[in-house]
Ligand binder design. Sequence first.
Ligand SMILES: [Fe+2]
Length: 440
Amino acid sequence: MRIKNCLTVMLLLVLAVSCSKDVLVPEPDVNFDENFLKSASPQLKIAVMSDLHYFDRTLLPTTEAGVEALQAYMAQDPKLLDLSTYILDQVIADLLAEHPNVVLIPGDLTKDGEKISHQSLAKLFKKLTNAGIKVFVIPGNHDINNPESYSFSSLAPTETITADEFASIYYEFGYKNSIRDENSLSYIHKINGKLWVLGIDACKYAQNTTGPIVSGEIKAETMEWIKSNLAEAKEKNIQVLAMVHHGVAEHYVGQNQLDPGFVVDNQVQVAKDLSDAGIQVVFTGHYHANDVTAVIVGDKTLYDVETGSLVSWPSPYRLIQLSGNKMFIDTRNVTAVAATLPGGMDFVTYSMLFHQTCLDGYFNYVLQLKYGVPPMSAATLAPWFRDAIMAHYAGDEVFGPVPQGQYAQLYQLSQLLAGALGSLYTDLPVADNQLSLQWK
Ligand SMILES: [Fe+2]
């Protein structure tokens, strides 16, 4: 999520709201384990982590100028980029202990598509597969053909990757022995006769010019490919774990107007098509919020299970038990990393202060310079918006930190600002962090 852009649009618009074709590679799956289904039965354990924005340590600054440049960057795009490697190391250690059967990673694997970050990530994922854990990735909008791929070590652009290189680097993590879509990096991997993974590539990296395009679309040809290939799964009652970087539903009322580009283009039709194809749950990322939203499609429900970013507050990941048509979702937050933080601070405190400081500064700037709010009022309002976004990031948000009396005053001052705040604080059904889902 690009805070600077998104919030500008949010504040402006809230008033208006109230490879080759279909190839099934014949090579035998060396990872296929005959005991997999047995060991997973009656429950399959799934982990989901998203928006890793991994930034290889060789790209971190080595000079004072580099440190200043990185700090300036992080202030306008609050991600814990300098700690991304430590955070992921911790999550991988956790997953090795938890030992899920499958790990799903719905995109934004890297900060901005740096080749060296992708290559390092693939080595790290190997630790999981070596332990018998299957890892599946798809690209996010930052991961491919990204003109903003940059090194704070050399203070110069660094090499990014092509779509073909993505499929090559992550061959072991989704593309091996999979049915490939010829129009995108989407794939279907048949883990066994009862369980498939559908990775959907909805990113527009082929159109990138000066930066990564935020919005996403599932091409018509790709959707046709999904429908035709999932017909067998639907007929044979095969469970399909689907993931796509972009949301398939709004995660708060007015998100598309307030902050365009985070829900897939043509979302109503996409949700209907996926539901008709037999999908009940889609794992998403992109907005950096830990939020689950239910979409009613005819007499069915499609759940968009968005997982927050590992480098954004509060660094969540999911542990899920799948048993037949029931899914039990738990959320864990990273609470410690093996890095020495300024002043000996613990990770949670450091992360909270980092996000609070960056977001305070941004809202003060926007409220005063773009919306004419007097400095004293902006100083009061900025923490309210900061807290609202951080509450949405964490999920299960409750409208509490803003005193009701003061909110009424804000409403009188500006329906625009009050509406934006209320929308961010209104958690749409269902619960976000600990919940169970069941479908017919
Ligand atoms: Fe992201």
